[in-house]
Design a protein around this ligand. Structure first.
Ligand code: CO
Length: 288
């Protein structure tokens, strides 16, 4: 009889423990030190605070940007510091959401950071799940194409759109951006996507803009924030910015400096990934 009570008590305690499991979210971006670019990130943090349970923290992976922000009195967590803070707040089930556009090098680095963290500190969290970046499926791409084009309501018939992605030569990210470029152009033949770095250069797009005979060209960042690249490489006054090159070719650039994070449908897609497109990156308590 006594043994039965002990077993029943243990059972109750165990099920109560799973009910009491505390969830927490960590949102991770490369980062920006441009204050006018911050609404794109802050809007995502606010939306997660409203729509998910438990604490929501933000981390930037860029050391340079974090140092700059700390010096300006606006510190942002590193991934390690944010995971420590979630643990200190009693979180045991961590959901990490990548705010990257493509599953490229920056995203791979994030996965490695988390694996290293939980390997060094086993037993702190019962689970660590990671939500995929923005573009990992055909469905994501369809959604992104439609919500980004809908975010240009002032665009007139015959206006072209040039989207500026980041891109880089390391890792598989350029393939995702090439697929995005194709999808945008298929959805609307007056829309092109090129990247600041990597293989999808604007050099290939400029002649096509001229050949299409367009007069006005909307310039839209295809990055989480309208930060340094958007303000300088895309719309800046320097001779080699895309806006200057478009103007030099006889067309009128119309910069639309709104980061992807400022578009409602993009924030919804990140939330959807947090819920459905996750990988259980590490279960520190259990050996698989
Ligand atoms: Co860059």
């Amino acid at each position: 009889m006594k043994r039965f009570f002990v077993a029943a008590l243990l059972c109750c305690l165990l099920s109560a423990a799973s009910v009491w499991a505390k969830e927490g979210t960590l949102l991770v971006a490369f980062g920006t030190s441009v204050s006018s670019a911050r609404p794109a990130i802050d809007a995502i943090v606010a939306e997660y605070r409203e729509k998910t349970t438990g604490p929501v923290l933000l981390a930037f992976t860029s050391d340079i940007i974090r140092k700059k922000l700390a010096a300006a009195g606006e510190p942002v967590f590193s991934v390690n510091a944010a995971l420590n803070e979630l643990a200190a707040q009693g979180v045991d089930e961590v959901r990490v959401q990548s705010l990257h556009v493509a599953p490229a090098e920056e995203y791979s680095q994030l996965e490695r950071m988390i694996v290293r963290h939980v390997t060094r500190k086993p037993g702190v969290f019962t689970s660590v799940k990671v939500g995929y970046p923005l573009l990992v499926s055909e469905r994501d791409l369809d959604t992104v194409v439609s919500v980004v084009l809908a975010a240009l309501p002032q665009r007139r018939k015959g206006d072209a759109v040039v989207l500026m992605g980041h891109g880089n030569d390391r890792g598989p990210g350029d393939l995702t951006l090439a697929a995005a470029a194709t999808a945008f152009h298929k959805a609307d033949p007056l829309v092109w996507l090129a990247t600041v770095e990597g293989a999808n250069s604007f050099d290939k797009v400029l002649p096509q803009l001229k050949a299409a005979g367009v007069k006005r060209v909307w310039l839209q960042p295809f990055m989480l924030v309208a930060g340094d690249h958007a303000r300088n490489d895309l719309a800046g006054p320097e001779e080699d910015s895309w806006a200057s090159r478009i103007r030099a070719a006889g067309m009128t650039p119309v910069p639309h400096l709104v980061g992807l994070g400022q578009i409602t449908g993009i924030r919804e897609l990140f939330l959807d990934h947090s819920r459905h497109a996750v990988i259980e990156l590490a279960r520190p308590g259990k050996a698989d």
